[in-house]
Structures are given as C-alpha cells and as structure tokens.
Design a protein around this ligand. Sequence first.
Ligand code: 8YV
Length: 322
Amino acid sequence: MEKYKVAIMGPLYPDARARLEEVCEIKLWDKSDPIPRDELVEWLADAEGFISRGDIKVDKDLLSQAPQLRVIAQSSVGYDNIDISACTEQAIPVGNTPVVLVEATADLTFGLVLSSARRIHEGWNYVQEGHWTSRRNIPLGVDLFGKTLGIVGMGNIGVAVARRAQASGMQVIYHNRSIRTDQEQLAATFVNFDQLLEESDFIVVLVPLSAESRHLFGKDQFKHMKSSAYFINASRGPVVDTEALYEALVNQDIAYAALDVVNPEPFSDHPLIHLPNVLITPHIGSATLETRTQMGELTADNLLAGLAKQTLPKCVNDEVNY
Ligand code: 8YV
C-alpha cells in the first residue's frame, strides 16, 4: 500500500512516531523555531495530512496551496492559530487534544498561584546566590487559605484548578459565557465579570483566544482589581494587553502577575521580565511526560483517522468530520 504523505511540525514523540511511520511518509520539522512559510508551502503542496503547531498560522492562503490536504491535527487544546472556517470551507477536519491535558495544565496553573503567593522561586534564587541569611529581604508571602480565587473561563481546566484551590481552603468564584449546570457540585459561584475583578484576591485566566477575548484585560480591568490582587494567565498571551499589565504592576494597581503565556512568544527583552513582582514560565502548561505522550497519541489518532476518512476522535469542526 502506498504511504500517506504527511507534514509534521515537531516534536514527535517516539510512540506516536512509530505508529505514523508504519503508514506515512513523513516530513518532520523538528526545530523550535517555526518553519519558514515558503518551505511549509512546499511541504504542503502534496501533503494529505498535516500536524500543525501553535506558532504557525494556518490561513486561507496556506490552505489554498495544499490541494491534497484532508486532515489537520494539532497537539494542543487551543487552535487560535488556525482559520477554522477556512478549513471547514475546504472540508478539512481539524483535530485537537482536549481532556488529556486538563490535570497537567491545572497543576501548572495552580503552581503559579502557589509559587507567587509564597515566593517560592525567589527563595530558591536566594539560596542559589548564597543569600540565605538575608532571606528576610524577600517580601512576605500571602496565605491562600480563606482567600477568593476568581476564574475567568470555567472549562475543564478551570474546574480542575477550582478543585485544587478548594483543597487549599480558597473560595472560588468564576465568570464564563454561561453558568455551568454543575455549579452546585463545583461549589463555585458564577459572578459577572466586574464583580470577579473587584472581589478576587487571585484571578486566573483560562479563556481561549478569540476576537472577543483579545485584550480582555487592559488598563480599566487592572484598575478595577484589588491593589493586593495576584493575576495569573495560563491561556494565551494576547488576552492581556502587555503594556497595560506592565503599567499596572509598576503603579501597584495590582500586586503580582504570574504568567505561563505572554505576548509575544518567545518573550525575552520586555521590561516586564525585570520587575520584582512578576513570575513568567515559557508556556509549559501541558509539559509533562505523561501528558505530552497522551497528546502525541491523540494527535496521531486524529491524523490517522482523517487520512483514512474516518471520524476524528476529537474534532473542532464536527460539521466536516468524516
Ligand atoms: C501547548 C497549549 O499547545 O494546549 C494548548 O492550547 O497551549 C499547550 O498545551 C503546548 O504547550 C505545546 O506548545
């Protein structure tokens, strides 16, 4: 049997790779920098399947140069880099990896809450630099117990963060497009957006990036928050106006920001990095061995299903799922 031609943006984990190699002729881009556009266009000229990645724009123009393409799979829950309506127009189903990354991403998100509240990374810096005896210079942390955590975007990851917060004795409020039907079991209260900004001691952002959520957090929203508020973003960088966040931290409109995502990414020369009240991790929400392995497997499942014109297990545009 002739093998399917596929273009893959790495990393590609060993188990998934072995499965794909059996039936696919693979072109693999394994560098951390994104593939140059003209090279990608060449790769897609005869590709039947494509594993894309968050730092690559999959738009109408690209799709129009990929006449054989019948499935796109991406190893992430977010797919804001892909023009889904253009894919749907070309009857290309797009697979993603929800569910399998929920617990790992919730761990990292709550880890940012905990690490910023208790200044864990600053403590480590002190020890590393030989300043143990001057540890009193580290500003005192704050208790989580008895505090209010506000979650913006109460999907599966939000629910998993809420569980962790409740175990630490926090009250949880949330804002979402709609009230969750299971909110009694969640023991979390739906509030409007302004109320969440005003009442939360910690604000955790978990909304997908869309036209509506771009710069959802700007100057006005930071002004609305408590001056003691901790702001945690684990969704997408552009949900926050970076300059407004910088100003809010410098002016102490809020106390602290912990970010797993920033705008732009990679992020290396912004003055935000040098503020004492900021903690930034390099977009590692789902980066555990177990979770990335499962994401790789699900991505392979989606790709192989699409190549065989079978139903993708996780598809974001079900109207064109096989
Ligand atoms: C990244 C994520 O995809 O799932 C998402 O939407 O943001 C993450 O899981 C992952 O870090 C790969 O870059």
